[in-house]
Design a protein around this ligand. Structure first.
Ligand SMILES: C[S@@+](CC[C@H](N)C(=O)[O-])C[C@H]1O[C@@H](n2cnc3c(N)ncnc32)[C@H](O)[C@@H]1O
Length: 308
């Protein structure tokens, strides 16, 4: 069963200002929670392009979308190739785009995908299962210094060096195969007082490895630049993030895009004719009711920018 409750759904729909005959992109199709509602709002001239790297998600989403209309196209690709992939369908301009980034509940909660420290599984964490690099290679082949840097940069892990040293020591004896083996190694590197703190001790390391395996932060920066360039006038780009590293990227790139207006150093790909405004100064967050119904929504932040 593909379970994923769409986060900030009404807030996304109302802020995308959907025109029934417009061209829209859902960069993170997942279980089609957002896509289904966007598609319902399009007429026969409108079109929705949906990206996902995960073939399992695409299969289910396609079944769900096909019951609504045929005005959609699913693209199995990384959204970092947004422009190039849309060009294959003759699309150079879009009226709106939504990014609901990160991992779906389905991916997290399917033990065999190896995303979660809660289930014992082979180290994997690939959103795109046709990709070669998995968590197994990162954990078993990356140099100690590189591992430490990843844990620090992508996990903001205070004990990055100690954990990397333990990983390398352990894999000299035999390869680290599973999520639970990795959890034990992480625990063995942490002081007792940290182990007693709230929250799972492996949370930050798992986040860091996942970001590395899927190239998440570099893809996001590159895709935002392309999305802003492709927007039509009055077109909007809405982005939901779930952790501070991602939100910082969105905030910085959106404010840079707006600063092009003032001839301050903006984004390389945007010309001075392309000006933007932030639709909301502060990010939109989930209501208490939404968080009660879906705990995953507790860290969600929605930012929206409009091309003028
Ligand atoms: C949070 S889920 C989206 C859920 C969806 N909005 C819904 O309500 O059903 C994120 C999805 O985006 C996909 N994804 C994440 N990063 C991606 C990337 N760089 N390129 C393509 N797909 C990506 C993941 O595989 C996952 O299925």
């Amino acid at each position: 069963m593909f379970n994923h409750i769409p986060v900030l759904l009404n807030e996304c729909l109302s802020n995308l200002n959907i025109k029934p005959n417009g061209i829209y992109v859902d960069a993170c199709l997942g279980g089609a929670g957002h896509s289904k509602e966007i598609l319902k709002r399009l007429n026969s001239k409108g079109m929705l392009y949906c990206f996902d790297k995960d073939l399992e998600a695409i299969k289910i989403a396609n079944e769900r979308l096909s019951t609504i209309s045929q005005n959609y196209q699913i693209i199995h690709a990384d959204f970092k190739n947004l422009k190039e992939e849309l060009k294959k369908f003759g699309v150079e301009k879009i009226d709106g785009i939504l990014f609901d980034i990160g991992v779906s509940s389905y991916q997290f909660d399917t033990p065999s995908r190896g995303f979660s420290y809660k289930y014992d599984a082979r180290l994997d964490m690939r959103m795109d299962q046709t990709q070669k690099l998995s968590a197994y290679e990162v954990i078993n082949t990356y140099k100690e210094e590189k591992l430490a840097q990843i844990l620090k940069d992508y996990g903001e892990e205070k004990y990055a060096k100690a954990i990397s040293a333990k990983i390398v020591k352990s894999r000299r004896i035999s390869p680290i195969e599973t999520t639970f083996q990795l959890v034990d190694i992480i625990k063995s590197a942490l002081p007792n007082k940290v182990l007693k703190e709230k929250g799972h001790p492996a949370k930050q390391v798992f986040q860091a490895i996942r970001i590395e395996v899927n190239g998440e932060l570099t893809a996001l920066s590159s895709a935002i630049e392309q999305a802003l360039e492709m927007l039509n006038h009055n077109g909007r780009c809405a982005i939901i993030t779930f952790q501070s590293l991602e939100d910082r990227i969105v905030k910085k790139l959106f404010s840079k895009a707006c600063s092009v207006n003032d001839n301050v150093k903006g984004l390389a790909s945007l010309t001075s004719e392309q000006s933007f405004k932030l639709v909301n100064r502060k990010p939109i967050i989930s209501s208490n009711e939404e968080i009660l119904a879906n705990n995953r929504a507790h860290s969600a932040k929605l930012r929206i920018i409009e091309k003028l």
